[in-house]
Design a protein around this ligand. Sequence first.
Ligand code: PLP
Length: 343
Amino acid sequence: MTAARIDLRSDTVTRPTPAMLEAMFRAPVGDDVYEEDPTVRALEDAAAARFGLEAGLFCPSGTMTNQIAIKAHTEPLSEVICEQTSHIYLWEVGGIAFHSGASVALLPGKRGRVTAAQVEAAIRPVNVHYPTTSLISLENTHNRGGGSCYTLEEIAAIAEVARRHQIPLHLDGARIFNALVATGQQAEEYGRYFDSISVCLSKGLGAPVGSVLLGSRAFVQKCKRIRKVMGGGMRQAGYLAAAGLYALENNVARLADDHRRARQLAEALTAQPYVAEVLPVETNLVIFRLHDAHPADQFLAQLQERGIIASSFGPQMIRFVTHLDVDDAMIASVVRALNELAA
Ligand SMILES: *Cc1c(COP(=O)(O)O)cnc(C)c1O
């Protein structure tokens, strides 16, 4: 088997470029637990400013930023409303129960997106038998939904429900910049609607490590203590934050290239006789289903023989992800391989 040359498993697999490494190498640092790291502070402030929010908190992962936010917003005997295939529920090891002792109200979404009416219907009436609804969480773009994006109208309607019921609204924005680039929405709009936002730097933005949690100054102050108890207080983290700052400054607009390449993959897949369905491609995720006669394992093995690796995403489902380390020539090779498999 040849070594994989083209890695479509995830946008987390990117390596820092020489320019990013240079920015990391040059970063001024200090002990961030003592709040003395200027580069961490610069990243937190820059990310918060983009979204029109007061403060940011640099964390090792998006799982940690989400779980800290959930812990800060909720208490035991309360409930989080989220979509049934959301990352916070499906892929964070049951952390909502483990860290926060909270329950979940799971909504069936359309490609991961829920409506204001669904959210409102899931809010618990006050009753001794029920948990108290303490948080509404949305995911944009939605991973399991194939990188789908909310419209601002949909978000505004959900935010109106949240405000009317005085329930905080959290955004798992692991790929929020993909959504912004794909839709032309402004980051500040999100700061207006959401009480907290988690942004991943290590997905499409191409940093090696890290996520930022954004919110009000008081919220972030509370979250800082939760980060510490989870063991996420880092010392000279400015070396890592420098990569995030570099990514925010240099790697956002280019996400449009990833989206264009994802559409090219989707077009090629749609033409293949062994592909039953391709989810509409809005950003950098391409999720598709193989016909029953084509086992997913075999398909992945055939790709691997051609130096291409991808992820299985459920029975007969495959996910391709485009990112910084996938260029046009690689897309052409993948399309050639897909055509060969049909022959
Ligand atoms: C990747 C991802 C996260 C965070 O993942 P980490 O690997 O912990 O950084 C959170 N939400 C979504 C939707 C994701 O895709």
